[in-house]
Design a protein around this ligand. Structure first.
Ligand SMILES: [Zn+2]
Length: 105
């Protein structure tokens, strides 16, 4: 009974997660998602740790991103941001360069 309820709950969470993402994003994510491996199949303990905790690590990264955004601190360094942006002046210029490169393709 409890197991059934848990499965349902997981299904719901999945649906919410998938609805938020565009198909391309979901694809990219699923490619990157590490397959669960046996302990002995990891080349080293660092990779094992990363694989087992990547979800949590990712979440932590995202939390600090949104917290910096809220606090008005550049998400790439610790300088104050240009108003209405998530970057400081230096990183905003850098980002402009990245965007131009990406659009030129
Ligand atoms: Zn910066």
């Amino acid at each position: 009974m409890f197991k059934e309820w848990l499965t349902k709950l997981k299904e719901k969470k999945k649906q919410v997660f998938e609805r938020k993402k565009s198909p391309e994003e979901t694809n990219a994510l699923s490619k990157k998602q590490p397959l669960p491996l046996k302990d002995s199949e990891y080349p080293n303990r660092f990779l094992k740790f990363y694989h087992q905790n990547s979800r949590r690590l990712n979440q932590e990264r995202r939390t600090s991103y949104s917290e910096r955004k809220k606090a008005g601190i550049c998400v790439r360094c610790h300088k104050p941001v240009v108003p209405h942006l998530v970057f400081c002046e230096f990183h905003q210029q850098k980002q402009k360069g990245y965007n131009q490169k990406a659009r030129a393709k």
